[in-house]
Design a protein around this ligand. Structure first.
Ligand code: PLP
Length: 429
């Protein structure tokens, strides 16, 4: 790998004018050390940094780029849209088409409202749930991230339900305290919370497959148990499918696991790399949104025509027959190759994966919740990350993130990755 002199210079300049030098914290590589590469070009499965170094990319802009970088059909759609005007702040035909596609893909979604970010979508889902139920508490899971709205920035307590403690300075304690946190995959803890907070829980919000503690799969029956508990206690079940929506299949995680939420948050893939997210769900809840109802939500750039064009082009690609099978079988090849490399190199680690998302956890054999994820060997991960980077493979710079395979990845990319992994893992023994 060539040097990263220009990236270092850019980081120096960035730190003088941007807090921490980045516009979203994890980009600063705090979890792995070293200085971030400044990226300037992406094509297919590859990215290039300011110094001209090429990397095989498994970050994919943290999930949106299921079609790969600069897919020609997405680029063309964006160019055509921007030529017609970047934004109107008025309804457009394309956003109607987009909403029709989302509603037809997700049987749980009767109505959908577009937002600019997943944070806004999740914030709106909770506001809707509170308005619909007339209750104030929210239940979330340790290790699930739902954007940076105050009520959702809470650290988990371990074991039984704990009142939320702010996870960030500046979050009012009473706001965070309205959020209950229980371990992922622990339906008994959810049931207990419904007993402890009788008639007070407005919503249960969950990443149906966790992506934000690294990938963690739901145990069989866990999501259905959430569905049953919410129905029994009159709470709104919110699936945060900002990562999994249109990634784990045309109907997302809810299609894969066959569990129907009341509200769904979407983001990332639906915008094809542009700022576009959405909240959708049952008509009687969604109709509470202004202007049809009393719950306020708005956005100057919501449903932006350029973002919608990128999203529509991406969804058109995904709708083609065989797309998800192709990406899943390639991802499986990669995951099997990594597992085999781990075993043959004698390194203690496990790979959690579903569809095109995966995470390697070092020093543990099983990860089914955030506490187990936090027990992983972070030093080993650092060595792994930098080892792979030196091999030209760009992975998420944190042990608690999902890596993503895109439609643009090839068998040759997988072979390159697994061979690199073998060399790096051998040194990690
Ligand atoms: N929900 C999930 C599951 C996410 O992974 C993220 C972002 O990573 C969000 C919500 C917030 O989305 P955004 O970063 O677009 O605000």
């Amino acid at each position: 790998m060539a040097e990263a002199r220009l990236s270092a210079l850019l980081f120096q300049r960035a730190r003088a004018v941007i807090p921490g030098g980045v516009n979203s914290p994890v980009r600063a590589w705090s979890a792995v050390g070293g200085e971030p590469r400044f990226l300037q070009q992406g094509k297919g499965s590859r990215v290039w940094d300011a110094d001209g170094n090429e990397y095989l990319d498994y970050v994919g802009s943290w999930g949106p780029l299921l079609a790969g970088h600069a897919h020609p059909e997405v680029v063309r759609a964006v160019q055509e849209a921007v030529r017609d005007g970047a934004s109107f702040g008025a309804p457009t035909a394309q956003e109607v088409e987009f909403a029709e596609v989302v509603c037809s893909a997700l049987p749980s979604v009767d109505l959908v409202r577009l937002t600019n970010s997943g944070t806004e979508a999740c914030m709106t889902a909770l506001r809707l749930a509170r308005a619909y139920t007339g209750r104030d508490r929210i239940l979330k899971f340790d290790g699930c991230y739902h954007g940076h709205a105050d009520a959702l920035l809470v650290r988990a307590g371990s074991g039984a339900a704990t009142l939320g403690i702010p996870d960030s300075a500046g979050v009012p304690v009473p706001v965070a305290a309205s959020t209950l946190v229980v371990p992922f995959n622990d339906a008994d803890a959810v049931a207990q919370a419904f007993v402890d907070y009788r008639q007070r829980i407005a919503a249960v919000i969950v990443e149906p497959v966790v992506g934000n503690s690294g990938v963690i799969l739901p145990r069989p029956g866990f999501l259905q148990a959430l569905r049953d508990l919410c129905s029994e206690h009159g709470a709104v079940l919110v699936f945060d499918e900002v990562i999994t929506g249109f990634r784990l299949g045309w109907s997302g995680a809810q299609g894969l696991y066959g569990v129907i939420p009341d509200l769904t948050c979407l983001g990332k893939v639906i915008g094809g790399g542009f700022p576009l997210a959405a909240v959708g769900g049952r008509r009687e809840i969604m109709e509470l949104l202004a202007p049809s109802g009393p719950v306020y939500q708005a956005g100057t750039l919501s449903g932006n025509p350029v973002a919608v064009a990128a999203g529509l082009a991406t969804l058109r690609l995904l709708r083609r027959p065989g797309t998800y099978e192709q990406i899943s079988s390639l991802s499986q090849l990669l995951v099997e190759g990594l597992r085999d490399a781990i075993t043959s190199c004698g390194v203690q680690a496990c790979v959690n994966a579903v569809g095109s998302m995966w995470t390697i956890f070092f020093g543990v054999d099983r990860v089914e919740n955030a506490e187990q994820a936090r027990a992983c060997d972070r030093e080993r991960f650092r060595a792994w990350f930098h080892g792979m980077l030196a091999e030209g493979v760009y992975l998420p710079p944190s042990p608690f993130e999902a890596a993503f395979v895109s439609l643009a990845h090839t068998d040759a990319d997988v072979t390159q990755t697994v061979e690199a992994a073998r060399r790096v893992l051998r040194r990690l023994r």
